[in-house]
Design a protein around this ligand. Structure first.
Ligand code: UTP
Length: 295
């Protein structure tokens, strides 16, 4: 039985400059780059819908309108497909309930924490989810569905984590894990602290924050006066760290695969992995990859 009010709103910060993907991202938003034939943002929105989330709040910047257009109706395209008797079902996931796609602007990319804060008026006074769309989470059920199930039990603030080799921790937000909670196969733990991009020797664990969050609205007030942190940016991790001790804070280890599509290597890996698994092309892709490796 559901114990808590369901999470209905999600924030998708998509105002970053995507400098690691230049020149591709000079005009095209990073979140519109496709993994096989679906843009990254579509995977994130589908994951949110699976978790029961209804309102999608995009924090955009200049040049990011393609993301909003993607979830609009393309009348000409649909009419042409209909005329040519082509199936329209492929566009179904791009359709949205009127009023459920909301865009707010982050005029200057001051950091992830600042981007989330830009959505404060729309989020209002209820717990909400956050998705970083360049982190592609593939699981069954999806990452956010796993999280809302855990949230139903523990409430408060909940983040998704993954274990990485210790030498990689300095590129990520890292948790200081407390006791594991009963149930959830030991995947649910208390969080005692958070640190953004620590030097390896100062990292409290090898569990990294992995692009999915359920946070209480108080984080907006914490972000309001958050100082700049790592990289000179207003960091969400720093604001969350300040909330520990004032509110329950837990982490759930995602049972599934994560691809860091903000990096070129992760993007290529995701493309290959998902193409290999596709029923319509997996066999051909495997043969192609084997041929390329032989050459
Ligand atoms: P990244 O650290 O991946 O930055 O941001 P980026 O600008 O997207 O990409 P690079 O590093 O320059 O290649 C993580 C997430 O936070 C958003 C990004 O859009 C991405 O989803 N973000 C970051 C903002 O919305 N605003 C910011 O000021 C910074």
């Amino acid at each position: 039985m559901t114990k808590r009010k369901p999470i209905k709103k999600a924030v998708f910060p998509v105002a970053g400059l995507g400098t690691r993907f230049l020149p591709a991202t000079k005009v095209v938003p990073k979140e519109m780059l496709p993994i096989v034939d679906r843009p990254l943002i579509q995977y994130a929105v589908d994951e949110a819908r699976e978790a029961g989330i209804e309102q999608m709040i995009f924090v955009t910047g200049r040049g990011k309108t393609a993301i909003i257009d993607h979830f609009d109706i393309a009348f000409e395209l649909e009419a042409t497909l209909r005329e040519r008797e082509k199936a329209l079902a492929i566009l179904e996931p791009t359709h949205a309930v009127p009023g459920h796609i909301i865009a707010v602007r982050q005029q200057v990319p001051l950091g992830l924490g600042h981007a989330i804060w830009c959505a404060r008026a729309i989020v209002g006074d209820e717990p909400f989810a956050i998705f970083l769309p360049d982190e592609l989470m593939i699981g069954s059920p999806g990452c956010m569905k796993q999280m809302v199930d855990a949230y139903d039990d523990v409430g408060g603030n909940l983040i998704s984590v993954l274990e990485v080799p210790r030498e990689d921790v300095s590129s990520y937000g890292v948790i200081d894990p407390g006791a594991a909670l009963p149930g959830f196969d030991g995947r649910l733990t208390e969080v005692k602290g958070l640190i953004e991009k620590p030097p390896i020797e100062q990292a409290p664990s090898n569990k990294i924050i992995s692009g999915r969050y359920i946070l209480q609205p108080e984080v907006m007030r914490t972000l309001e006066n958050q100082e700049k942190g790592a990289g000179g940016e207003i960091q969400l991790t720093d604001a969350m760290a300040r909330m520990i001790g004032t509110q329950p804070f837990h982490a759930v280890t995602f049972a599934g695969r994560r691809f860091d599509c903000g990096s070129k290597l992760g993007f290529v890996e995701a493309t290959l992995a998902l193409a290999l698994e596709r029923e319509d092309m997996g066999t051909d892709v495997r043969a192609m990859a084997q041929r390329l490796l032989r050459e």
